[in-house]
Design a protein around this ligand. Structure first.
Ligand code: HEC
Length: 454
């Protein structure tokens, strides 16, 4: 759960992370893909035989590297720090688990960040100042350092979806760090790494089209044609490999979570799409549109490829990225760390104890003895439900419970509490942990909101 006093009314705290994260992923994956794009493009340039075209490419690549430095160095870094603030506030429990488990992973990650930031600055400021060979080497150092940032963070991100049996076996014993590598190279590590690498390459192309589109096709037809076409090619590998990689990734996710996707597909005729299915469709549609636009508008007529087309492609890529990250989050429900910690911060093995002793007694966010600044019902709602629901905005409880009377609301909460194996809500909601008194308190609070207009 988030700190109970940190309330984001309409959006819900999850979306605060979501918005920063989607923005950050767009930029950081560009930092990785674009990090490869720069030395590969520079090498191509250095080998060109036509001196005029070569100099034109050199100037343009220097310009692109400035854009790259600004976008990744400024926005990438700021949004990355923003994520830490947001997850720390929204999910102190899970953040703490990730820090404790992967403390050396994070330390290594930050070393690579430092190398990244330093080399990209050196790379940009030394165009035409040091010899070609050395400059290219600086580019490669950047490319390798940024690839490593992905190689490391991917272990931690995929761990959250599939921590793996070995880690789960020691979770909560204090011996978690002994399974560092098992948690790191978890069941979705490889498909996720390849999938993200593909996305990085296509984002390198997408962002390169932005700077290339600003060239004047009439004044520098040869430069613009060669650069737009070459950049567009960066999108090809990923669109060929991505469908297969997505299937591979999906097959590595536990069956219970896969159900979230098939839930929508199986019921497609009945019109009940689950959110994951809907998002998967958005990814497919936006990706197909990106391929179409890039082929017809960029590859076929590069001279007329304008900034507005390039921005349209970027916007589509943003939507696809957003849908991708959203599906990954949804696929993980009801957990924030698969099979170990529910999205509301309750650890799976703690449910039985909370059911015996009461929710507030086990909550860290009380004044001791379970006393809180809110009514008991509200404190339980904030603790157990508000990581996924708001009262009136995103996944609004008021709307979701509308039309139910007090007995009906009580039955619903009781059902969440009993958490029977065949209850459909198990696919995405954690159990409502607590005593019979807690169930009553939460039900009364919800009933007061829904039916008594409180
Ligand atoms: C892990 C996130 C998560 C948590 C925590 C959570 N829910 Fe939900 N809940 C969902 C999702 C996802 C849905 C489906 C939303 C939709 O259909 O739009 C849902 C749906 C609901 C519904 C509508 C059910 C229906 O049949 O339409 C109610 C009522 C509800 N939740 C109440 C609660 C209560 C009360 C709590 C706290 C005890 C809670 N939820 C905790 C994710 C969560």
């Amino acid at each position: 759960m988030n700190y109970p006093f940190w309330e984001i009314p309409i959006l819900g705290s999850g979306w605060v992370i979501g918005i920063i994260a989607i923005f950050h992923v767009m930029i950081s994956q560009f930092a990785v893909g674009g990090g490869l794009y720069l030395p590969v493009a520079e090498r191509k340039m250095q080998r060109m035989t036509d001196p005029v075209l070569r100099e034109a490419w050199r100037k343009q690549l220097a310009r692109h590297s400035k854009f790259f430095l600004l976008v990744t160095g400024v926005f990438g870094t700021v949004s990355g720090v923003g994520i830490w603030f947001a997850i720390g506030l929204t999910h102190p429990e899970a953040t703490s688990t990730l820090i404790h488990n992967f403390v050396f992973g994070w330390a290594i990650e930050w070393v690579f960040f430092l190398v990244e930031l330093t080399t990209i600055a050196v790379y940009y400021y030394t165009w035409d100042k040091i010899d070609d060979k050395l400059h290219l080497q600086v580019g490669w150092v950047y490319a390798i350092a940024s690839a490593f940032t992905l190689i490391i963070i991917n272990g931690i991100l995929s761990f959250m979806l599939t921590p793996g049996d070995a880690w789960i076996a020691v979770a909560g014993t204090g011996q978690e760090a002994s399974k560092f590598w098992n948690g790191f190279f978890n069941p979705t590590y490889w498909p996720s790494l390849f999938l993200r690498s593909c996305v990085c390459c296509s984002l390198a192309g997408v962002w390169a089209l932005i700077t290339a589109s600003r060239l004047d096709g009439d004044k520098q037809p040869e430069l613009k044609t060669s650069l737009v076409r070459w950049s567009a090619r960066w999108l090809v590998p990923s669109f060929l490999a991505m469908p297969l990689l997505m299937i591979w990734y999906y097959l590595c996710v536990p069956a219970s979570q896969q159900a979230l996707l098939t839930l929508g597909i199986d019921t497609i005729n009945a019109g009940t799409f689950s959110a994951v299915t809907r998002m998967a469709l958005v990814i497919v549609l936006t990706s197909a549109t990106i391929v179409g636009v890039t082929y017809f508008l960029a590859y076929r007529s590069p001279r007329d490829f304008s900034l507005s087309y390039a921005l349209a492609v970027l916007l589509l890529a943003l939507i696809a990225t957003g849908a991708g990250e959203y599906s990954r989050e949804m696929l993980r429900k009801p957990y924030v760390i698969g099979r170990w910690m529910y999205s509301n911060g309750t650890r799976v093995p703690a449910v039985a104890r909370i059911n015996r002793e009461g929710y507030l007694k086990n909550s860290l966010w009380t004044w001791g003895n379970g006393a809180t600044s809110y009514s008991r019902g509200e404190a339980i709602f904030r603790g157990e439900c508000s990581s996924c629901h708001t009262m009136d905005g995103y996944r609004p409880i008021r709307t979701l419970l509308a039309g139910r009377d007090s007995a009906n609301i009580h039955n619903f909460v009781q059902m969440l509490h009993d958490y029977k194996p065949d209850m459909p809500y198990r696919k995405f909601m954690p159990p409502m942990a607590g005593t019979a008194q807690d169930v009553d308190d939460l039900s009364n609070y919800l009933n007061a909101k829904i039916n008594l207009g409180k």
